[in-house]
Ligand binder design. Sequence first.
Ligand code: UD1
Ligand code: MG
Length: 454
Amino acid sequence: MKITAVLLAAGQGTRMKSSLPKVLHSVSGKPMIWHALQALQTVTNELPVVVVGHGADEVTTYLGGSARTVVQRPQLGTGHAVMKAEPVLRGNTDLVIVCYADMPLLRGETLQKLVDTQKQNPGPISMLTVIADDPRGFGRIIRRDDGTVHAIVEEYVATPDQLQVKELNVGAYCFDANWLWDALGRIPQNPKKGEYYLTDTVELAVADGLPVHATLMDSLEETIGVNTRVHLAECEAAMRRRINQMHMLNGVTMIDPATVYIDADVKIGRDSTIMPNTFIYGNTEIGEGNVIGPNTMIRDSKIGRGCKVLASVMEGARLEDDVEMGPFARLRKGARLGNHVHMGNFGEVKDSYLADGVKMGHFSYIGNAQIGARTNIGAGTITCNYDGEKKHATEIGEDVFIGSDTMLVAPLKLGNGARTGAGAVVTKNVPEDTLVVGIPARAIRKLERKPKKK
Ligand code: UD1
Ligand code: MG
């Protein structure tokens, strides 16, 4: 059975007061429409159709290959929006799910219940409803004695009695496709507003003598639709609780989940602990048994196992296993720390690889460098990688000892076992096992290397 989603995203979203189309505003690091598509993907087996209008180009560009788009211009109501999908879908699907791109909290499990309801329904429409004290302008559900839906009454035409009804139309439907295409053509144009309302299909089914079913949802939260940035923040808070809960149920410890911010799609392995005031954004993967935070921000990074990241910032960086980092360390794009690296306070690493067991305790900048295993970077060491025009590389061998406050003027190579004296300004390559000192540094002695413990 072919099941296809039609996602409505043509509305202007005036109350967002934004130059960005509403459905591209982010919740937990992903545009609202991403969340809607994610949930739909679990219950459909065809490429979704997104109805775009306001900001059509931007939304279409964002969607790329993840959906087909049809343009609705002007926007003449929810029924009119679905009509735009008909030429693409007629004859190509058995069921059509219609929902809105501005309801990022609606879950796949809930949509599955909707589809299951429609599969059991001899009639052409099933819909999601919710019971709420605050009607928020939603359409009221009028049921018949047999429990099927008799009508959806929009607030502006409802009688005082109908206004008292607590069961509301959420705005998510599952239709029998063949019936739907025919019914869309029969929706009357609203005489006042000139619009075509999808909700009028209920009346058409009832007139055809066909049952309309409703699935009552138990979560009001899932029905939050975003119209303002206040709603956006409400969604964000709810989504954050949901994401944190999911990680905890998967074996991640959080000391205080109320202060942990994790984007959708971040992966975290079992027995990792996320300490308070920690932010994990973007395309980030964290392995097992790490301790992250407190006071840490990680974006688009990858962390192996058994690492400790305390009060630090990582962006586009990578940690292998058993790395200790922080407090107050910063990894920028292209930084990679090997197994057992120790990086202490006030260090910055960019576009560099620190091989296994490198120690960099305090106050250093390492950029465009390769550093061999077990090398020690003394306090205050700087790779002078930028000459004002170009970046230059520094290559440091294994078991090197860089003395405190050394300036490494790139391009530069230091051989295995080399050593620099405190305050050296190194401008020339240093051979293996050689001690250099001074400004500019000169070789004073050949060294004998003792094997180091890990
Ligand atoms: C609609 C329902 C109402 C339901 C409510 C739930 C109708 C007539 N009423 O009301 O019963 O309780 O949703 O939120 O359907 N859109 C388009 N093109 C259009 C019009 C709307 O793409 O021409 C999109 C909007 O971007 C929005 C969604 O459809 O995401 C809902 O439209 P909106 O105008 O908010 O519907 P409501 O009047 O609130
Ligand atoms: Mg609305």
